[in-house]
Design a protein around this ligand. Structure first.
Ligand SMILES: NC(=O)c1ccc[n+]([C@@H]2O[C@H](COP(=O)([O-])OP(=O)(O)OC[C@H]3O[C@@H](n4cnc5c(N)ncnc54)[C@H](OP(=O)(O)O)[C@@H]3O)[C@@H](O)[C@H]2O)c1
Length: 287
């Protein structure tokens, strides 16, 4: 089993795939995936719920045109969130399902949609209040042993969740919201704790979905001018400067934004610059 963390400048998030008409056909999406690989990007972050399965299905349709390309990709998927629209109970309620059978069947469904035989990583999407450790351990171990997943990890996990599961399972990552607008993990010790427990930190919504307020945008532009980088490059460098070098999952699939992120991948920020931006985003000084 490959337990190495993914080493890339960014992962590409597939949550918004359906928003890009220029990637709507299998041929167009195949061209995009090939371009990513040529540029050194091979990690694609899926989940069974993105587009209610349609994002994985579109990706799979592209891969079916060029199955050999799969060898060059690192495919992540996640499961356990059941959107209200997919709840078959009478309540039609969004909930989490960490039952062993559900997790196994979800992975099998993702494999079939993606047209591959194995996920490189499978993550529990959100820790459920009803998560029974023994059952989840059994399900994830079974998936590893079957070869249907190459590695396992968590998403949105708090320290106690991952510490309990780490005792039983070779977890490799935790995917958390982390950006200038979602700084909590940078201040409460979670990043150091993940590093100590050998978990790669993957940062979702690293650009806060494009919602940086004007004061922060101005600070990013000022810093950008000082370090000769664009505001987005500075915002991604802010995330990467943190302990464990969190790996941003870029949500935009516009090529110009991907190129911009790649061009800024080596940018480093010193501590005063990091704190200047943290303060501009939080509106308060460091204590
Ligand atoms: N594990 C989890 O629970 C979880 C939760 C959420 C997301 N994720 C993963 O994280 C990935 C990224 O999330 P995200 O899409 O929220 O990330 P993001 O990179 O913070 O946001 C990208 C979005 O912001 C928009 N945007 C607007 N102005 C922008 C600007 N100036 N610069 C860059 N983007 C701008 C982009 O639109 P344009 O099309 O105009 O560029 C795009 O819709 C998802 O695809 C998914 O794989 C995981």
């Amino acid at each position: 089993m490959n337990q190495k963390p993914i080493e890339q400048p960014v992962l590409l998030g597939m949550m918004r795939l359906l928003d890009y008409p220029q990637l709507a056909t299998p041929q167009q999406l195949l061209g995009f995936i090939e371009r990513c690989v040529e540029s050194g990007l091979s990690g694609f972050d899926h989940a069974n719920i993105y587009g209610l399965g349609e994002c994985e299905a579109r990706f799979g349709a592209a891969l079916r045109l060029q199955p050999a390309l799969r060898q060059q990709l690192q495919l992540i998927s996640k499961a356990d969130i059941v959107p209200a629209a997919q709840d078959r109970s009478r309540w039609q309620v969004k909930h989490y399902n960490t039952a062993a059978q559900y997790l196994t069947e979800s992975v099998e469904a993702s494999l079939s949609r993606l047209a591959v035989e194995r996920l490189d990583s499978f993550l529990l999407h959100r820790p459920s209040p009803l998560l029974h450790t023994d059952e989840v351990v059994r399900a994830l171990q079974g998936l590893l042993e079957s070869g249907k997943v190459g590695g396992i990890g968590l998403s949105n996990a708090e320290p106690l969740h991952w510490q309990v599961l780490c005792r039983e399972l070779p977890l490799r990552c935790n995917q958390i919201e982390l950006s200038l607008l979602a700084q909590q993990a940078a201040w409460d010790g979670r990043l150091q704790a993940m590093q100590a427990d050998g978990l790669q930190v993957q940062a979702w919504s690293p650009l806060a979905g494009g919602a940086f307020p004007p004061a922060l945008q101005q600070a990013l532009a000022e810093v950008g001018e000082a370090v000769q980088a664009t505001p987005n490059q500075v915002a991604l460098a802010w995330v990467r400067s943190l302990p464990g070098k969190p790996l941003p999952i870029l949500g935009s699939l516009r090529w110009s934004r991907i190129e911009e992120a790649l061009a800024g991948a080596a940018l480093q920020l010193d501590a005063p610059t990091w704190f200047y931006l943290a303060e501009a985003a939080r509106g308060i000084k460091a204590p």
